[in-house]
Design a protein. Structure first.
Length: 494
């Protein structure tokens, strides 16, 4: 057992006994402090932390019973051993019921005192180790739960569910998105919003409004707060109904989901055990981790927004060259995403195929207008020039690191299932699956809209061409899925 960081407070109205006990325990603690009564001891524990308190039960003024109650309120993590005379065993048992870990009958042997102290410190050490493991487990659970969330709304919901599970509050409030004005309606003077969980905030709007006004200070100063019942009663005064004043509350700043600082508050109502500094510390860790997740999600959202702007700029540049294909890329993107959802691809693949659909013809920006807009069938010497557009697209998009996964889809979307396509004459399942999917959507869209070299065909005619080309130009399974999607009326917005 390490003693360097261990602190013990001895409380007794007999100075000689304090001296004897301090000497007997000197090798078991790095720091031993003495107090002459319960009031002095209560003052000391409000200013400093102790691992163990050893207190006489009967002292002039404030005795051991009062001290145990003070410890449970001020420093609930501190253990207490009670010393008592022969006539007060019932009181000693009552002290144990209130939270004391042991009691010794006076007069006692020094060896008995040392054994009781060693036992109490060992049990405390084990308890703290178990708590550390429990806190680590909670953090791992939080990390696992937050890492799989896909949007800000689900991140906020999961974060607050984890707070509720770990801190057993009667109310949780999460304020974010800007400063609040305390009006309790979910928006503040600068666009602030809040999410409320639990009956206390719902049943006591004046409590909600007070904490909302506190949220701005929490968010901006970044200083965690432990609010005890006495302070809360002074803050609310007579302005709230009976039972509305919380017994305690903890609040910390959180980096909000939109880049602006926010705050989370957890409170416990009257009759619940108060929060402690250890709870505040754990909530601070929770919030720090959640802030990283919010920041990462926000940064990814901003990056996606920038990428979308790049995508649309490239597409618009192509459409400015070829007026007949205006809207073509957007429709191919929409059709491909609908087909991807219809066959059960995951969220990431649907997003990937949606982006690839937008960009599949971006390489046409490098094709001469005389070929791109030619109203007749291309000459043999013109075909190789047109067929360079997938390679041109790959060169352009290869400069954008976030579009790496799109490259093979765009590059191979003109391959044919029978191996007679371009640019690499890939065959069957050697063609990337999403490129085969884009090819079906691209073919259908091209057939059903006006082009420089043909008028739009009917949906039925396009269906027949697709069915006839299944297994030769297009993946037969994807053609079949597309025809089923058409039968189901699946051309709406994805």
């Amino acid at each position: 057992m390490s003693t360097a960081g261990t602190s013990i407070l001895l409380v007794d109205d007999e100075p000689e006994l304090l001296e004897v006990c301090a000497e007997a325990l000197s090798d078991l603690a790095g720091k031993i402090t003495t107090a002459g009564d319960g009031l002095q001891a209560a003052s000391l524990i409000s200013q400093d932390t102790y691992d163990l308190i050893i207190s006489d039960l009967r002292m002039p003024g404030s005795g051991g019973m009062d001290l145990i109650k003070s410890v449970s309120r001020i420093s609930p993590g501190t253990d207490v051993i009670v010393l008592t005379g022969f006539g007060t065993i019932d009181n000693a048992v009552e002290c144990v019921r209130l939270g004391a870990v042991n009691y010794l009958l006076k007069p006692f042997r020094v060896e008995s005192l040392r054994s009781a102290v060693i036992k109490a410190l060992d049990e405390r050490s084990m308890r703290l180790q178990q708590k550390a493991v429990s806190d680590l487990s909670r953090m791992l659970n939080l990390n696992s739960a937050l890492s799989i969330q896909k949007d800000s709304k689900s991140l906020i919901k999961e974060f607050l569910l984890q707070v509720r599970s770990s801190f057993s509050p009667d109310g949780i409030a999460f304020f974010y998105g800007g400063a609040t004005n305390g009006n309790g309606n979910g928006s503040g003077a600068n666009g602030g919003r809040h999410v409320l969980i639990g009956p206390h905030f719902r049943d006591h709007p004046e409590v909600r409004a007070w904490f909302e006004s506190l949220a701005g200070s929490l968010a901006n100063k970044g200083r965690p707060l432990l609010l005890e019942e006495q302070l809360l009663r002074q803050a609310f005064g007579q302005r709230v109904s009976e039972g509305a004043v919380p017994a305690s509350a903890i609040g910390v700043s959180v980096g909000g989901p939109e880049g602006a600082p926010g705050a989370v508050v957890a409170l416990r109502a009257e009759g619940s055990s108060p929060y402690t500094l250890a709870d505040l510390h754990l909530l601070t860790l929770f919030s720090a981790h959640a802030s990283l997740c919010f920041e990462s999600h926000w940064a990814c959202s901003r990056l996606k927004s920038v990428n979308d702007e790049i995508v649309f700029s490239l597409v618009h540049a192509v459409e400015a060259k070829d007026t007949y294909t205006r809207g073509h890329s957007e429709r191919v993107s929409r059709y491909a995403a609908r087909l991807a959802k219809f066959i059960g691809l995951d969220h990431r693949e649907v997003d990937l195929v949606r982006t690839a659909g937008m960009l599949h013809d971006v390489g046409k920006i490098g094709v001469p207008d005389s070929i791109l807009n030619k109203p007749a069938i291309l000459e043999p010497h013109e075909l190789p020039v047109m067929r360079q557009h997938p390679a041109i697209a790959r060169n352009i998009l290869g400069k954008v690191a976030s579009l790496t996964d799109v490259l093979p889809v765009v590059y191979h979307h003109h391959e044919r299932y029978d191996g007679t396509g371009y640019p690499d004459a890939l065959k069957g399942e050697d063609i990337p699956f999403l490129a085969r999917l884009i090819s079906v959507a691209d073919g259908f869209e091209a057939m059903t809209t006006d082009r420089a070299y043909h008028r739009a065909r009917s949906v039925d005619a396009a269906r027949a061409i697709l069915a006839n080309g299944a297994g030769r130009q297009w993946d037969p399974g994807l053609v079949q899925a597309w025809l089923k999607l058409l039968d189901a009326g699946g051309l709406g917005a994805p």
